[in-house]
Design a binder for this molecule. Structure first.
Ligand code: NAP
Length: 286
């Protein structure tokens, strides 16, 4: 008799969630590795978070990705927090079995792999500005600090939140916080990372353009099939290079997949398989 074994269940939860490309990426990983998995995007609001996670586990779910705005709140529902998630005080991955739920964070390694490996950008001794102080910033700060930058400034619309976020990290390198409206026209940055959610909520840019110089590399954590608003704004203001977050998305997804199934997918062909045009992923100043 043929025994039917149902595919292992995975998913991504967030609010909003319709923009998520994670189901397509994980499907490609599974195809590549010959695995049978079922990965879906679920719209889960803050008040549904706890019941959703426990129901998902009850139904045999093996892993979840956590996206905005739940990366910090979801910490309440894990039994074990892996070290890099503890450092970040935020999670983007749950590894689930009958006995326990483990929380981890692969956002940082996703960004670092994209910048360093895919775009050959060294972070050592660089002056870095991060715009935004939400769950994504928590995930990327510690891995960025470990790259020994010259300094990192976190500027947020709500200045107090930037201060709370940076106070969680201990570093030998200079780490400061301010409001976006308190940025200093004299301060120069080599790398500017947009970690706000304006790309998703389609809000207009309200960052001061003086933060960009001709040598600045701008990286938008948001991603889209077209160049993002932040990328266009960066190049209009004479940045050298503007990159959007597809590579980070794929790299963080590969790291989560490896945590769940102990096999690291090859990420090099995924952009092409998702039909992402290289000319919209990266803009260069002419
Ligand atoms: P979040 O926790 O909801 O934080 C949102 C941040 O955006 C806050 O700092 C908020 O500032 C700021 N913000 C919202 N509207 C703004 C506006 N009009 N002007 C200035 N700042 C504004 O979100 P998150 O989880 O950190 O995610 C942030 C972005 O990163 C999202 O677009 C997400 O898709 C992207 N992301 C991408 C990847 C990837 O793999 N490529 C991974 C993680 C995240 P206040 O504190 O003042 O509200």
């Amino acid at each position: 008799m043929v025994q039917l074994i149902s595919a292992d269940q995975y998913g991504v939860i967030g609010d909003p969630i319709s923009h998520s490309q994670s189901p397509s990426i994980h499907k490609l990983f599974a195809q590549q590795l010959g695995h049978s998995i079922d990965y879906k995007a679920y719209h889960v609001s803050e008040n549904q978070l706890e019941s959703f996670i426990y129901e998902f586990r009850k139904k045999g779910g093996r892993g979840l990705n956590i996206t905005l705005p739940h990366k910090t709140t979801a910490l309440k529902y894990v039994d074990i927090i892996n070290p890099r998630a503890k450092e970040a005080d935020a999670i983007n991955t749950l590894i689930i079995d009958e006995e326990k739920i483990i929380g981890d964070n692969t956002d940082g390694i996703g960004l670092i792999n994209d910048l360093e490996i895919n775009f050959n950008q060294s972070l050592k001794n660089k002056r870095i500005l991060i715009l935004g102080a939400g769950g994504a910033t928590l995930g990327i700060l510690s891995p960025l600090l470990k790259r020994e930058p010259k300094n990192i400034l976190v500027a947020n619309r709500t200045a107090s939140k930037a201060k709370i976020v940076t106070s969680k990290f201990k570093s030998n390198f200079s780490l400061d916080a301010c409001g976006i409206n308190e940025l200093d026209p004299e301060q120069i940055f080599d790398i500017i990372i947009n970690a706000t959610s304006i790309g998703i909520t389609k809000q207009s840019i309200n960052f001061p353009s003086f933060v960009i110089t001709e040598n600045t590399v701008c990286y938008d954590l948001s991603y889209s099939y077209e160049p993002t608003l932040f990328m266009r704004w960066s190049i209009e203001n004479k940045a050298k290079l503007a990159i959007q977050g597809w590579g980070m998305l794929i790299e963080q997804a590969a790291a989560s997949y490896c945590l769940w199934r102990d096999k690291k997918p090859n990420t090099s062909s995924i952009l092409k398989q998702l039909n992402i045009n290289a000319s919209s992923q990266v803009l260069r100043r002419l």
